[in-house]
Ligand binder design. Structure first.
Ligand code: HEC
Ligand code: HEC
Ligand code: HEC
Ligand code: HEC
Length: 297
């Protein structure tokens, strides 16, 4: 959203400049200035140059706005108001179809250190941005593994040292692992988080129960909850965290949470339809450009 805002900001700035330009051009004072300082022929030339520059600025403005990676959360996958039949509620929000309420509320949200702020493994949840949704129940997760015959040294080894999912990933898993209902959020007017009755199924189920082990299963998903710099130090084919990621001058660092790669390092939960990338990713994955941001292959 921030990226979108700066694009809009820039467009407004350019529009402002253009409007200022119009005023300047119509102003008799400037006309007088030109008449006094330039011959007729030169003045026409100068006006042409100014107009061309203005047009250029406007074109650049719209090109940057067009690069915006997001069209916002409204009507997106995470607008549960519009997916009410499958994952949201019908009529439980005073008929207002509120978007943010499934995840955030302005008041009486889950408090750091409270009994509700503990995940199924008994660990405290350490990132609660006015969080208004029940936390995952999964008792443990099986983390990513590439098999017993994988290389154990050098670039080919798995250098990402993963603990159990933490922080923001726990928030994502609180819907995506299917252990808690998507509509288990604090009902308006109360401070409690409701039980909910709709759980994630199908392709969007990430980290769901592995029947054979009884664990939440992340074993065949991209590693998460590991220190980026530590993996980078052991793997020459990982780009440094100062590498630029996406547009608007951001680097990989800007997308790490306490130095860690998490679900939200790759995905923008407030993103809209897949205008640019696939599946709400921060970077368009055309020709795998997203993977190549971090992987030097
Ligand atoms: C499906 C869950 C979900 C919904 C719906 C949602 N958010 Fe969030 N929000 C999150 C998560 C997860 C984070 C922390 C991860 C992150 O920032 O990427 C977050 C972080 C934030 C933050 C703090 C970090 C930042 O980006 O500034 C703000 C502010 C925020 N959300 C506002 C909103 C508003 C406003 C809405 C409704 C228009 C909304 N969110 C809807 C899940 C959600
Ligand atoms: C934000 C940076 C980042 C992005 C984006 C990213 N990765 Fe990774 N990926 C990593 C890091 C860091 C590791 C850990 C590397 C290691 O252990 O040496 C990793 C691990 C992996 C592994 C496991 C390697 C092994 O040894 O088993 C594979 C495969 C992989 N990534 C593929 C991808 C693909 C495909 C994409 C695009 C869809 C992608 N990655 C996107 C940073 C990223
Ligand atoms: C309140 C519940 C909830 C939370 C919390 C939540 N999601 Fe989702 N998410 C959904 C629902 C519902 C869908 C739509 C699933 C479907 O269409 O089957 C979805 C869809 C997605 C998709 C697109 C799936 C597709 O089919 O393309 C991605 C990616 C995603 N979520 C990532 C995240 C990440 C990352 C986080 C945490 C930063 C997160 N979600 C937090 C409920 C949630
Ligand atoms: C390294 C980057 C990366 C990380 C970390 C990551 N994802 Fe994804 N995710 C992707 C990409 C890229 C796709 C699109 C894959 C495709 O379209 O084939 C995707 C797809 C998805 C989808 C759509 C389902 C599908 O199979 O296409 C969901 C839902 C999702 N991710 C949720 C999550 C959750 C939840 C986490 C954390 C547990 C997470 N992702 C961590 C990169 C990532």
């Amino acid at each position: 959203m921030r990226q979108r805002k700066s694009a809009i900001g820039f467009t407004l700035l350019v529009k402002g400049l253009a409007m200022k330009g119009k005023k300047v051009l119509s102003s008799w004072m400037i006309e007088k200035f030109f008449k006094e300082n330039f011959k007729e022929k030169n003045m026409k030339k100068s006006l042409l140059v100014i107009l061309t520059m203005m047009l250029g600025l406007i074109l650049v403005g719209s090109a940057i706005a067009g690069l915006s990676p997001t069209s916002g959360i409204t009507d997106s996958y995470h607008d549960l108001g519009t997916t009410a039949a499958t994952y949201g509620d019908t009529g439980e929000q005073g008929g207002q179809n509120r978007i943010c309420v499934y995840c955030h509320a302005p008041h009486n949200t889950i408090k750091l250190g409270s009994p509700e702020a503990v995940d199924g493994m008994g660990n405290p949840v350490e990132y609660l941005p006015l969080w208004n949704h029940a936390i995952t129940d999964m008792a443990a997760y099986e983390m990513y593994s590439n098999g017993p015959l994988a290389p154990t040294t050098g670039d080919g080894a798995l250098n990402a040292i993963m603990g159990q999912p933490t922080g923001v990933s726990i928030l994502c898993l609180s819907c995506h692992d299917g252990s808690v209902a998507t509509n288990a959020y604090g009902a308006p007017g109360t401070s409690s988080v409701g039980a909910g009755d709709k759980t994630m199924t199908g392709r969007a189920l990430i980290g769901g129960l592995n029947i054979s082990t009884g664990l939440g299963d992340l074993s065949n998903h991209h590693p998460i909850s590991f220190d980026y710099a530590a993996a980078d130090a052991l793997d020459d084919e990982i780009n440094p965290a100062t590498t630029s990621m996406g547009t608007f001058g951001k680097t990989i660092n800007d997308f790490l949470f306490g130095g860690s790669v998490e679900c939200a390092t790759c995905h923008d939960v407030h993103n809209g339809t897949e205008a640019v990338g696939v599946r709400l990713t921060y970077v368009d994955d055309d020709r795998s450009a997203f993977c190549l941001t971090c992987h030097f292959k």
